[in-house]
Write a protein of this length. Structure first.
Length: 316
């Protein structure tokens, strides 16, 4: 039986909105934003490779205050380089340091622990297998912390292909992208243990991510419509959407209140809201207020067909 998680309810005679557990930034995102803000008050340029966190409301705000997103530091005046919450390959950090830039490392401690777990597996003679998205910033950071190439797997098909092409070794050490849903990884792990002689596993999935997933699922199962608020470039938001969809086919992902569709809301009486870990609280408040402001009676006969939802993983 699933553990119950705290929810907050708001209702009118026409609609009930249930907020799943905690919303707003996780500690890693809060920490990264604070470090970037502190750097921006210094009298020097502040650069970043990629996005500090995966929400455009947050990154637009920081860029409007002076944070400069760059692909390369070549020719740029000396200043500070902020390392994003999900890390950078070690070589990029070292190069910036050697070129005289000040490094402000906002890599989340949980991401650093995943890098250390991968290094430990490598030191034990394992081939490191990362269950995650090869294009994700965090995975690039983990690969960049290793001496040997890692195998990155995101689907059972990719795993079977690795086995068929002999890319999979007999002794492997498995870690997970911190934002993944363990439930969505179990088929890969299940096959892996039959394919290899020795499998060592460290669960590197972030606890705040798991808590959000558990809280969202306990709401998703009981509502007419489930909404997941966050950026489409946020991996944990899209993973949460996929997970909720597996338990409630009337699950939709939206970036904010502007994404609310009449055809979803006209029939729904109870509406659950969950959010990614880089979604600002004000976006969730706007969604909740817009739903509660509706004056139409829910009409269950207008329930739309189940939407096919395809999990697409993103860099975030
Ligand atoms: S989601 Fe987890 S790993 Fe990512 S920044 Fe937040 S606390 Fe850190």
């Amino acid at each position: 039986m699933r553990a119950r998680h705290p929810v907050s309810r708001a209702e009118t005679p026409l609609r009930v909105v249930i907020l799943a557990g905690e919303v707003g930034f996780c500690f890693g995102v809060k920490r990264a934003i604070t470090m970037a803000e502190d750097a921006l008050v210094q009298d020097e340029p502040v650069y970043i490779h990629g996005d500090l966190v995966h929400n455009r409301h947050v990154t637009d705000d920081l860029e409007s205050r002076g944070l400069q997103k760059v692909r390369s530091l070549e020719g740029r005046p000396r200043g500070s380089v902020v390392v994003r919450a999900h890390g950078l390959p070690r070589t990029e950090v070292e190069e910036a340091k050697e070129a005289g830039y000040r490094i402000i490392d906002a890599t989340c401690p949980i991401v650093l622990r995943a890098q250390e777990a991968a290094q430990m597996m490598e030191a034990r003679g394992c081939q490191v297998v990362i269950i995650g998205d090869a294009h994700h910033a965090e995975i690039k950071g983990i690969i960049g912390a290793l001496r040997h190439p890692a195998l990155v797997i995101d689907t059972v098909e990719q795993l079977r292909n690795a086995k068929a092409t002999r890319a999979l070794r007999r002794k492997v050490g498995v870690i997970f992208q911190t934002t993944h849903a363990l439930e969505l990884c179990k088929d890969i792990v299940g096959e892996l243990v039959f394919m290899c002689k020795e499998v060592q596993i460290v669960n590197t999935i972030c606890r705040p991510v798991q808590n959000r997933q558990d809280a969202a699922l306990s709401v998703a199962e009981d509502v007419d419509l489930m909404l997941v608020v966050g950026s489409p470039t946020s991996a944990n938001t899209m993973e949460l959407t996929a997970l909720c969809h597996a338990h409630n086919p009337w699950t939709r992902h939206i970036e904010g209140a502007e994404g609310l569709r009449d055809e979803d809301l006209c029939w729904a009486h109870t509406i659950g809201i969950a959010s990614g870990l880089s979604t600002p609280v004000h976006l969730i408040d706007e969604v909740r207020s817009a739903i509660l402001a509706r004056t139409d009676e829910p009409d269950f006969s207008r329930r739309p067909p189940r939407e096919f939802y395809e999990l697409r993983r993103h860099d975030g």
